[in-house]
Design a protein around this ligand. Structure first.
Ligand code: HEC
Ligand code: HEC
Ligand code: HEC
Ligand code: HEC
Length: 250
């Protein structure tokens, strides 16, 4: 009897958790490390926590890591989170036609998509495949998905395989710089707004990726000095758009 009840409660929790926004129960202060950040999947009240309390495990595993796949997922740093298999629509405007964006999610970007496009549960990882809590919606397109109360929820970037409305990635920074020397700053530039990393430090084999702007481990990113309650894992302060002006000579 007890076992049946537990099973029923578990089934109800799993069915409902997919519909709710993630409930974060931590601090998420910039620079305080991954364990205290929104990238610790054990710090949500409505995720399935790791049975051993591990944090890295949601993304990495020391053994039996997932193999890479296709032309995009070639960089798999001991990865333990299922990757999406869809083809994404890249950013496309007249002005970036000289940049090859056909492989936009190469490098670490496809790894971010294993949670941020909303197709795979954030609490899924090697050894925890019952997890179900997915990211829903896009902060800039909040009408796309709502929770049970009708409130707009969650993130993703690249939800519904659409990256056409997101900052371009997946090209060589040097290609862009060489064709727009008066508009961009060189790779040796240190992130403005208190940053410590140079642009070249956060390119992957010279390519611009999600990890060029965001520090997934919440280590070298800087606080927003105007609104200290947000932490977008950015390498520079957004006050006076110092972060953007690191690269863009505007
Ligand atoms: C939310 C997912 C996530 C979590 C949690 C996470 N990582 Fe990572 N890790 C990544 C991603 C994505 C990359 C590739 C990013 C890059 O190259 O900048 C990476 C890269 C790495 C690398 C190789 C590149 C580097 O930055 O040195 C190491 C080592 C690493 N992680 C260790 C850890 C350890 C140890 C933990 C736990 C304390 C951890 N990570 C937690 C996502 C994560
Ligand atoms: C294991 C799943 C997972 C992976 C992999 C992952 N993230 Fe996240 N990320 C999350 C969750 C969960 C949140 C919190 C969402 C929320 O607040 O609703 C988050 C939040 C964020 C935020 C916003 C923080 C805020 O305050 O809202 C940024 C920026 C971010 N992630 C960037 C990245 C980047 C870049 C990568 C890849 C280098 C990445 N993430 C990989 C799960 C992941
Ligand atoms: C050129 C820098 C840059 C790149 C590249 C970039 N981001 Fe962001 N991202 C930002 C900034 C800046 C913010 C803070 C929101 C704002 O200023 O409007 C942000 C916010 C976010 C957020 C949280 C809020 C939201 O609006 O959804 C997530 C999640 C996120 N980024 C994920 C990603 C992922 C995944 C990638 C790669 C596909 C990526 N970012 C690539 C600069 C970048
Ligand atoms: C790490 C360097 C870097 C950072 C930080 C960065 N960008 Fe970019 N951005 C680029 C590069 C390189 C391109 C592609 C070449 C170009 O269009 O100048 C680009 C492209 C763009 C474009 C597209 C232009 C077009 O032709 O369609 C816009 C708009 C833009 N960035 C705005 C921003 C804003 C706003 C921020 C801050 C939130 C930001 N960028 C942060 C490097 C960066």
């Amino acid at each position: 009897m007890k076992r049946n009840m537990t099973g029923l409660v578990l089934a109800l929790v799993m069915a409902s958790s997919t519909a709710f926004a993630l409930q974060f129960d931590g601090t998420n202060k910039a620079g305080e490390g991954v364990v205290k950040s929104k990238h610790n999947m054990n710090l949500y009240t409505n995720t399935t926590h790791d049975a051993q309390g591990r944090v890295c495990a949601f993304c990495h595993t020391p053994h039996h890591a997932l193999p890479g796949g296709g032309s995009v997922a070639t960089y798999m740093p001991l990865w333990s989170h299922t990757l999406p298999q869809m083809t994404f629509v890249p950013y496309n405007t007249f002005t970036v036609t000289d940049l090859n964006l056909s492989n936009e999610l190469q490098g670490p970007s496809i790894l971010c998509m294993s949670c941020h496009d909303g197709s795979i549960a954030v609490d899924q990882h090697y050894g925890n495949d019952l997890a179900t809590t997915k990211l829903t919606s896009d902060a800039f397109n909040p009408t796309e998905d709502t929770n049970v109360s009708g409130t707009a929820v969650g993130l993703p970037t690249g939800g519904k395989t659409d990256l056409s409305n997101d900052h371009p990635i997946g090209f060589l920074y040097s290609d862009a710089y060489n064709s727009r020397k008066t508009d961009l700053f060189p790779e040796s530039t240190v992130f403005k707004g208190g940053g410590t990393k140079k642009i070249s430090d956060v390119l992957t084999n010279g390519y611009m990726t999600c990890a060029t702007c965001h520090d997934v481990h919440n280590k070298d990113n800087k606080e927003n000095s105007v609104d200290t309650t947000v932490n977008y894992f950015l390498y520079g302060d957004q006050k006076d758009s110092a972060f953007c002006i690191t690269c863009h000579n505007k």
